[in-house]
Design a protein around this ligand. Structure first.
Ligand SMILES: C[S@@+](CC[C@H](N)C(=O)[O-])C[C@H]1O[C@@H](n2cnc3c(N)ncnc32)[C@H](O)[C@@H]1O
Length: 415
């Protein structure tokens, strides 16, 4: 994890409900999504507290000690375990209309404010009666810290579309590696399904995107590949993972999608087997079984895969892999990841697709699967449940009975 420079300021958020406890305990806290804001805070750093309900900014706080997890475990009923003990610098001051001011200053409270923005905030708190707009420099400062602070957006929908492969100032994987994974996918999965310090495994690590994102975001990572491309990646066949049962917090795999890419010549490379053959899915199922074995109960596996259209034949690789995955895991969700910068993203392929009337692959599936917790065993497969909804105004009884004729009776009874 990058160290938070002592020239930055961190803004914590609270609600009307949680604010009192912040002041009673002189403690600021956050959940795992913004955990790094607390963990990177060092003793002496400047902090502010933004109340999202009343739209005010409280300050100025100083960290009394480094941020850490569970300094007071029972605070906020354990809901905000990443915490920083604070003291007020001088008397408590409160600035109204905080959202408008922060937006004007280009401050996104989720990310630490850099030196210029911090100094504007400090001047604002030193002169609360002065017009805040007079404190804002004319040009350019919003962009000043953009590069360093740049972090991907956390996705809220199931459509993820990334114009580039990586983010930030350090490379994540190698974007020249055929089949490299967009680093944004890892970023989103890590922040959703892991906590800082958790162990993440990538059994088919390729150029090491998972490894690099984990390193930057403070997660431990073990990366394997049948042919390692870097010293950090360990040589191993994904069908036998050398780890204990239930020892891993998250797994990510971007597996071969068939034999469309020649990753290497290793005989155990599953990317030599055609996705049109059952053998391909049988071999991937061995990997799935191993992932299930090493993953802790209740933890998540992300699997990225695309379909195939080769020599006038479509193969639903995604559906086939999903079938195998759902034998072992519960489904959390399925995300559609837009494909970009692929080799087929050229004028020649565009013309071919139209001339020969086929489609170029436009998306990949990201299957997000969870290993069931034994106390809540995976429900046995049931028949499809049909629900009957009535449209428009209430139907007469006779009409309802007429409509019910179209609903399969046997399934209704089961449901
Ligand atoms: C799509 S690439 C992974 C890309 C990677 N996530 C990245 O960002 O660079 C698939 C990888 O699976 C590896 N692979 C194929 N068969 C394997 C096996 N049996 N065990 C481990 N890795 C394997 C290939 O060598 C290749 O690097």
């Amino acid at each position: 994890m990058q160290e938070l420079s002592d020239t930055k300021a961190v803004i914590f958020a609270c609600t009307d409900k949680s604010e009192k406890e912040c002041f009673d305990r002189m403690l600021l806290g956050t959940g795992k999504i913004y955990a790094e804001n607390a963990l990177k805070t060092k003793k002496g750093d400047v902090l502010f507290l933004y109340n999202m309900d009343s739209d005010v900014l409280h300050g100025v706080f100083r960290a009394k000690a480094d941020g850490a997890k569970n300094i007071i475990p029972e605070a906020w009923n354990g809901n905000y375990p990443y915490q920083v003990p604070v003291e007020l610098e001088g008397e408590k001051k409160t600035i109204p209309n905080a959202k408008k001011i922060l937006t004007k200053l280009g401050i996104d409270w989720h990310h630490p404010a850099g030196p210029t923005k911090k100094s504007i905030l400090l001047r604002l708190f030193a002169n609360p009666d002065e017009s805040w707009s007079s404190l804002i420099p004319d040009t350019g400062f919003q962009k000043e810290e953009r590069k360093e602070d740049e972090k991907p957006k956390l996705e809220a929908t199931t459509l993820w579309d990334y114009p580039k492969q990586s983010y930030g100032s350090t490379p994540k994987g190698n974007n020249k590696y055929a089949g490299v994974t967009p680093a944004f996918i890892l970023y989103n999965l890590l922040f959703r399904y892991t906590e800082p310090g958790d162990l993440v495994v990538d059994p088919m690590a390729g150029s090491g995107t998972t490894y690099d994102v984990c390193k930057e975001e403070g997660r431990r990572c073990i990366a394997y590949d049948i042919v390692p491309t870097r010293p950090e990646i360990i040589q191993n066949d994904a069908r036998k993972i050398p780890l204990d049962d239930s020892s891993v917090d998250m797994i990510f795999i971007d597996s071969p999608y068939g034999d469309n890419i020649r990753y290497n010549e290793h005989p155990a490379n599953i990317g030599h087997i055609s996705a049109e053959s059952e053998e391909f899915y049988d071999e991937l199922e061995k990997v799935i079984r191993e992932c299930h074995r090493v993953l802790k109960d209740g933890k998540v596996l992300g699997w990225l895969i695309g379909d195939q259209w080769v020599k006038k034949k479509f193969t639903p690789v995604g559906f086939e892999v999903y079938k195998r995955l759902s034998k072992y895991f519960d489904t959390v969700d399925i995300v559609c990841v837009v494909r970009r910068s692929q080799a087929s993203n050229t004028g020649i392929w565009y013309n071919r697709a139209l001339r020969f009337n086929f489609y170029l692959r436009g998306f990949k599936y990201l299957f997000i699967m969870r290993k069931a917790v034994p106390s809540k065993p995976k429900k046995a497969e049931k028949g499809v449940k049909w629900a009957y909804y009535q449209r428009g105004k209430a139907d007469t009884k006779g009409k309802q009975e007429e409509n019910m004729k179209h609903v399969p009776k046997v399934d209704l009874e089961k449901g």
